[in-house]
Write a protein of this length. Sequence first.
Length: 449
Amino acid sequence: MTDFRAYTVSIDYDRRLYRQDVAGSMAHAKMLAKQGIISDEDCAQITQGLKTIEREIQEEEFPWDPDLEDLHMNIESRLHQLIGAAAGRLHTARSRNDQVAVDLRLYTKETITQIASGLRGVQQALVGLAAKHHDVVMPGYTHLQRAQPVLFAHHMLAYFEMFQRDVGRFRDCYQRTDVMPLGSGALAGVAYQTDREFLARELGFSRISANSMDAVSDRDFVVEFLAATSVCMMHFSRMSEELILWSSGEFGFIRLADEFTTGSSIMPQKRNPDFAELARGKTGRVYGDLMGLLTTLKGLPLTYNRDLQEDKEGFFDAADTLTTTLDVFGAMLPGMNLNTDRVSSLAGESQMLATDLADYLVAKGMPFREAHGIMRQLSRHCDDNGVSLQELPLAEYKKQSGLFDQDVYDITAQSSAAARDNPGGTAPGRVAAALKEAKMILEAAGNGF
Ligand code: ARG
């Protein structure tokens, strides 16, 4: 027969909050004693009991009981077994509603700190790659068609920028998570002279919540966390897509370390970029976690509703997915091997220089539109005749415009990149400055925000 109680049980996943739950309870007991709501002796016993419980859970000796539904009831019941009557005083001036809110906020703050450090590691790896290949020119793409030469370092630093914005999003989310809800009780506040500011200090929150009804039902901070996580995974997914393309035979730009590729069970030559593919795949799951919570919350009246228990699994799933993705990329990127000969030679292919040849005519006085039209003709001509722009005789150029001269052959991938010498452009000097700036940002940030 169906065990209907099991439907309500959260212990299988909310036990992950045990350290935060114990910390919240210890601070609460300390505050109750300070305010004369419980005796110092009871507080000492409670604290001792909670320490034992924390150790039992850590050492996997804790007697979890699914009949007790959730983490909070399990801990309270065990405290009774350990210290007797005093355990019954811990839940004075508190409800599971503000208790679970404080647990989840503490956990989210810790997770964000861990994510920030992981993101810094990935940024460090990108800066390392950019520095290692600082002068390598590669094809830049639009529409996945070769477009203009760019520095490989410029391409790496594009991802640095994305992750820099991600760090900012997590920092914002941290600020709104950093609010202490204990003292809100079930929904209306508590009928005791508690000291909420003291609790905030004890638990490392920078401020207390302003409205008890909001505080017990607010999960915006989890939504924001999931949104920031989704955007960040989207960035990893885009990077993964490039790593996958680049490591194909068709591109042949990079070789990923053996550790991060797998062979095929039937095709011996294969080096599949599974880690990048899985990062791209897992991104979908994380979007699902975000949509799940938004949907859970959308119809809820104030204040606490049991639906809120459904906030946790998606949250843990997204947090685990991102933190492991950060570990993987932090380790995979430094070992990525760039085929510099191949990318440089493709960057030098003449069709990529068509824009520069148009710019050449502009420098000699022609309006850009007209120059663009001429280069379109010449590019077509090259395509049709299977020659490159570099191989095209000067006479052919001259047929299109008398402004062409011998120096048209001086245009190369290097000169093309060097010409893009404006802020944000790919000229080596600009990229070197951006790299220096990136290093300074990382130095100032350490492994935090
Ligand atoms: N397990 C619950 C949750 O995660 C804890 C709060 C329960 N509160 C209640 N009134 N049933 O949301």
